[in-house]
Design a protein around this ligand. Structure first.
Ligand SMILES: C[S@@+](CC[C@H](N)C(=O)[O-])C[C@H]1O[C@@H](n2cnc3c(N)ncnc32)[C@H](O)[C@@H]1O
Length: 275
């Protein structure tokens, strides 16, 4: 369900960008308490708050994205990222998710504003390069409720389909799906896991915040917020495998710190319990 990019547009950016990072950056406090997405929250049709896209801003942003993709492609960070995927251990997990399918769709949630911030640009560049590099990565669908009309048009120009429905992260992985969710809030990962709780977990791989770190956070700081809003995130680690991303330089820290790949091996012989 791609949004019609013709119907999108902005003059000035008036959106409220008060994101919260789920886990504090090393040694720093969170800026805000997390936005709560309750499990019962409905999936709603969405379109950008601005009415029209700005062609000048569009072409500036498009060029900026091309530069960012180029920078990412020539980086040691990207080389390490690709090398990690190609290690037999990690690759076998991707192939296991693929099963007999030729490719897995990529769904990107929570990319953030690619016009305002560098981390979202780097994250998007990585996703686009991954699709270019690996034939088993299929089409890209993307959604973030804060996207502007200009950003939506640039994303479409880069080959991504912008969703016109806020799924609240509850996409069911009926077929192999790579969920690319860099630095999303715990509730969004939780919604996704809850929607796929059971056999469907085998059809998905999640790139996102380290679930292991959520567990450590709860153990260390007794964070009741995470315990209450991320039950599935905490429970899934008992039957998942996580591979952390090596950030290697400060240039990539903000965009990828504490991130990793998550693969799931639900034991279907027993009911998956939330403890
Ligand atoms: C903590 S920010 C991270 C943004 C960016 N990935 C980064 O690292 O800077 C979380 C993002 O998730 C987005 N988000 C919130 N609810 C969402 C939903 N239902 N579907 C997709 N994205 C959502 C927010 O708008 C925000 O841009």
């Amino acid at each position: 369900m791609a949004a019609s990019s013709k119907a999108l547009i902005p003059e000035t950016l008036t959106r409220n960008e008060d994101w919260t990072i789920v886990l504090p950056r090393r040694g720093k406090q969170r800026r805000n308490s997390p936005r709560i997405i309750t499990p019962k929250e409905e999936q709603k049709p969405w379109c950008p708050s601005e009415i029209e896209s700005d062609p000048h801003r569009e072409s500036m942003l498009f060029q900026r994205m091309l530069n960012c993709i180029k920078k990412m492609e020539s980086s040691q960070f990207y080389q390490n990222f690709v090398d990690q995927i190609q290690t037999p251990d990690v690759l076998s997990y991707f192939y296991s998710v693929l099963g007999s399918e030729l490719n897995m769709q990529m769904v990107i949630y929570g990319i953030g504003s690619i016009e305002l911030y560098e981390p979202p640009r780097l994250q998007l560049s990585l996703a686009i390069l991954m699709k270019r590099k690996f034939s088993w990565v299929g089409d890209i669908e993307i959604f973030d409720p804060i996207l502007s009309a200009t950003e939506a048009r640039v994303l479409e120009a880069l080959g991504c389909s912008v969703l016109s429905v806020n799924e609240q992260g509850r996409r069911c992985a009926m077929k192999p799906t790579l969920f690319f969710m860099p630095h999303c809030e715990a509730e969004l990962y939780n919604n996704l896991l809850q929607a796929n709780w059971g056999a469907m977990l085998k059809h998905m791989v999640v790139f996102g915040n380290s679930f292991e770190m959520y567990h450590q956070h709860v153990t260390e700081f007794k964070s009741s917020t995470i315990v209450n809003t991320a039950k599935h995130v905490l429970a899934v680690r008992r039957f998942s495998n996580e591979f952390g991303i090596d950030v290697i330089s400060d240039d990539y820290f903000a965009a990828f710190h504490d991130s990793g790949w998550h693969f799931f091996n639900p034991d279907l012989g027993i009911e998956l319990q939330l403890i």
